[in-house]
Design a protein around this ligand. Structure first.
Ligand SMILES: Nc1ncnc2c1ncn2[C@@H]1O[C@H](COP(=O)(O)OP(=O)(O)OP(=O)(O)O)[C@@H](O)[C@H]1O
Ligand SMILES: [Mg+2]
Length: 364
């Protein structure tokens, strides 16, 4: 719920990228990773933790790109390499064509990164934080848009309050505000809506969409499949340090072939009738039979014929389209979170990551 002070400004003009980023290569992708590897050292004599095992990804300018994957998949590692807080072990990362190794300052000038962990400087007010940050990036005073950014992020009312006083949601907004001060053409957001309420999540979606419409390329990670489905034009799924799928959002969902039909019948059943046991059928209640089928191989008409031949009277039926959760399950063998506790549910593990090879062709 919002307080009156958090109500949205009457109109939010989208932010436009101010700069073209020094050293940016015309025509280059917004972000490019080739064979990106990270091994965390865990102490002498211990084998390191291989968090990224050769990531190849290209994110074009203007994209709103979602990076999904279970806990520990390597999402934050990839993002923290861009932020400069994690040093990569191998491979290449380019931001707007600028190589992160050879021109780290220019590369980082082209990007704004909001890390997963909440971190705001308690000694500064939000306004001071933004001014300081703008100074660090060399944004001239007349080009600073501190008030506008504070307004967009609904922080005007607390602009001059101690950052210590900010709620968790306000701190997250302040972090995003800080990442915007130098108007980078690329914004990277690590779980921007983790642990925020529904209202604030919608506001953040609106901000992200506005920025993207103004030409900013966005890479975000999320555990919320609905969020990726609603926001992102393209989704990559990583698991155990590898890209297991990459496709445009709708195509990714269509790649999952499985559909389900729930059939309401006229009489109570105690078990699935003998004649229907060759189907992927289960009872969801005494009068509801759920049958899974493959769009490619199984015509729905045949299923309905089978049900009627088994002597059942059909009263109603609904079919369910696959969503990203199905895609996720299919590709990684793990269940993604739909609740506030990301990645908690690891139940129902199916044969896992090795299966993903079959769809890897979708990645680049
Ligand atoms: N500083 C570190 N030292 C050692 N291992 C690390 C370190 N940071 C991350 N890891 C390990 O690297 C792997 C990838 O972690 P990472 O934080 O990148 O995953 P993630 O996809 O962001 O997960 P989450 O969804 O939980 O945020 C995990 O196994 C994690 O335990
Ligand atoms: Mg993470």
């Amino acid at each position: 719920m919002t307080t009156p002070s958090e109500s949205p400004p009457a109109s939010v003009t989208p932010l436009r990228p101010l700069n073209k980023a020094a050293g940016a290569m015309p025509g280059a992708a917004a972000l490019e990773f080739q064979g990106l590897r990270k091994v965390y050292r865990l102490g002498r004599g211990k084998p390191g933790k291989e968090a990224l095992r050769g990531i190849d990804l290209t994110i074009p300018h203007g994209s709103l790109f979602g990076l999904l994957g279970p806990n520990g998949a390597g999402k934050s590692t990839l993002i923290n390499i861009l932020a400069g807080t994690v040093v990569k072990t191998g491979g290449v990362a380019r931001i707007c064509g600028i190589d992160l190794d050879s021109h780290p300052r220019n590369a980082r000038g082209a990007i704004g990164v909001v890390p997963q962990e909440l971190a705001v400087d308690p000694f500064f007010t939000p306004r001071q934080s933004l001014e300081l940050h703008a100074g660090l990036y060399g944004v001239p005073k007349k080009e600073r848009r501190t008030d506008h950014i504070l307004e967009i992020m609904r922080l005007s009312e607390v602009a001059d309050a101690s950052s210590r006083r900010l709620s968790g949601g306000m701190k997250r907004r302040l972090m995003l505000a800080k990442a915007m001060v130098h108007a980078p053409p690329v914004l990277v957001l690590d779980e921007p809506t983790a642990g925020v309420d529904v209202e604030l999540r919608k506001h953040l979606w609106e901000v992200v969409r506005n920025l993207n419409e103004a030409g900013v390329t966005i890479l975000l990670t999320t555990h919320y499949l609905e969020e990726a489905e609603q926001l992102c034009d393209t989704i990559a799924i990583i698991n155990d340090g590898r890209v297991v799928a990459k496709d445009d959002t709708r195509a990714l969902i269509q790649r999952i072939d499985r559909k389900e039909v729930a059939i309401v019948i006229a009489d109570d059943l105690l078990e699935v009738p003998e004649d229907l046991r060759t189907l992927d059928a289960e009872l969801r209640g005494p009068r509801t039979l759920a049958i899974g089928y493959s769009r490619k191989n199984n015509e729905i008409a045949e299923i309905l014929d089978d049900v009627q031949r088994a002597g059942l009277t059909i009263l109603d039926l609904t079919t369910e389209e696959s969503d990203l959760e199905d895609v996720f399950l299919d590709l990684t063998g793990r269940k993604a979170a739909r609740t506030e506790e990301p990645g908690q549910d690891e139940a129902g593990r199916k044969p896992g990551p090795d299966d993903a090879g079959a769809v890897e062709g979708g990645g680049d």
